[in-house]
Design a protein around this ligand. Structure first.
Ligand SMILES: [Fe+2]
Ligand SMILES: [Fe+2]
Length: 377
């Protein structure tokens, strides 16, 4: 099959070098593997195999999910699938049956918990992404039970709030700001107790780009504010602002948000509009205080006037906007994207103090640098 490689270096990460998530496709028939893989190919790194045993032997780097075609299911597959789940590389993978709409195979396999979910063929990439994300969140929520109380609550409450927010904004329904402060309260507690590393660790296994980024920004802004001695109200503004600043991105089409290559001018316009979209929504539909609105509206503004949407320059940007700009860039750079791997913290800080020297507040950047654990910077 064109473009589908079965070869990857030993010990490769779940994300390929360019930042894509790895999926394994299994079916004895090449035409079925192709039907499953083609819609996913631009957005994921795909490895395909004729059977489960070959996948277990030939995959390196833990895949996020295993996608099984109809012909991968036969009487001998139950044992092979159970063995696959026990294999160290595949233990965390979601297993999905990709079947013709009328297929009754799945009833039996789902009922025995051999597979985690099913999707009808043919599907669009966005449908698969939604299913993968839902299953990924459900399984990680269970694992969070093992975490200490404050990071566990920070993760659970912010994820609930975020899923709810995406729905509210899509319907232009009102947002009760208290739901956001309730969700962010344990984020602040975790920061005060220096338990925030649990949050960052847990987020490395979640595949929802926008939520992961938002909670990282929220937690980093709370750490930043705590380090420079801001009061409780200011810390809450930073944590909530961080969680909400990229809310407008939940409205972007999957194909734009996950595009592995460069965006067209029209797509770039759509991405830039995430700021105004969230600002308009929060202004009209919530009781969020002014500081939150500043964080949302101005996190892409730059001191030299090169930012968007207002091309505001230094003297008009207060510390909230300046802190949000630094943390948003730092968080984005240290996360993998479909078109590039994550930068190290040191490299991200070098970019902020080098090529972005005129764009972000260098005094605040030095304070932010001191906020980060020694192991990061
Ligand atoms: Fe943004
Ligand atoms: Fe962002």
């Amino acid at each position: 099959m064109r473009g589908i490689s079965k070869i990857s270096p030993a010990g490769a990460p779940a994300r390929a070098p360019e930042g894509k998530v790895t999926l394994v496709v299994i079916d004895p028939r090449a035409s079925v593997r192709e039907q499953i893989a083609v819609p996913l190919w631009p957005y994921y790194r795909i490895l395909d195999f004729a059977n489960i045993e070959a996948a277990a032997a030939g995959t390196s780097g833990a895949p996020s999910a295993v996608l099984l075609g109809e012909n991968a299911f036969d009487k001998t597959s139950a044992a092979a699938l159970a063995a696959l789940r026990q294999a160290p590389l595949f233990g965390g993978a979601t297993i999905i049956a990709c079947l013709p709409a009328q297929s009754r195979l799945v009833t039996e396999w789902v009922s025995t918990a051999a597979v985690d979910g099913r999707i009808d063929l043919p599907f669009r990439c966005g449908d698969m992404a939604i299913l993968l994300s839902r299953l990924n969140k459900a399984s990680l929520r269970k694992e969070w039970a093992k975490l200490p109380s404050t990071p566990r609550q920070a993760l659970r409450r912010t994820l609930d709030a975020y899923d709810n927010l995406a729905e509210l904004i899509s319907k232009n329904a009102p947002l009760d700001y208290r739901t956001i402060t309730d969700a962010c309260a344990p984020v602040l507690s975790a920061v005060r107790r220096a338990d925030h590393s649990y949050i960052f660790d847990a987020l490395t296994r979640l595949d929802d780009l926008i939520y992961v980024h938002s909670l990282r920004v929220s937690t980093l802004l709370a750490m930043f504010g705590f380090k420079i001695g801001l009061n409780d109200e200011e810390l809450m503004t930073l944590a909530c602002g961080g969680l909400l600043l990229d809310l407008g991105k939940t409205m972007l089409p999957f194909e734009v948000l996950h595009k592995p290559g460069s965006l067209t001018a029209a797509e770039w316009e759509l991405v830039r509009d995430h700021v105004d979209m969230a600002r308009r929504y929060v202004e009209r539909q919530s009781s969020a205080p002014r500081g939150i609105q500043v964080v949302i509206a101005e996190h892409h503004e730059r001191l030299d006037g090169s930012g968007y949407p207002g091309r505001m320059s230094g003297d008009r940007l207060n510390d909230l906007a300046r802190m949000a700009a630094i943390v948003d860039v730092f968080a984005a750079l240290t996360e993998a994207r479909p078109y590039r791997p994550a930068f190290s913290s040191g490299d991200a800080l070098d970019i902020l103090s080098g090529t972005m020297k005129e764009q972000v507040d260098q005094g605040l950047l030095s304070s932010f640098r001191q906020t980060l654990p020694n192991t990061w910077a």
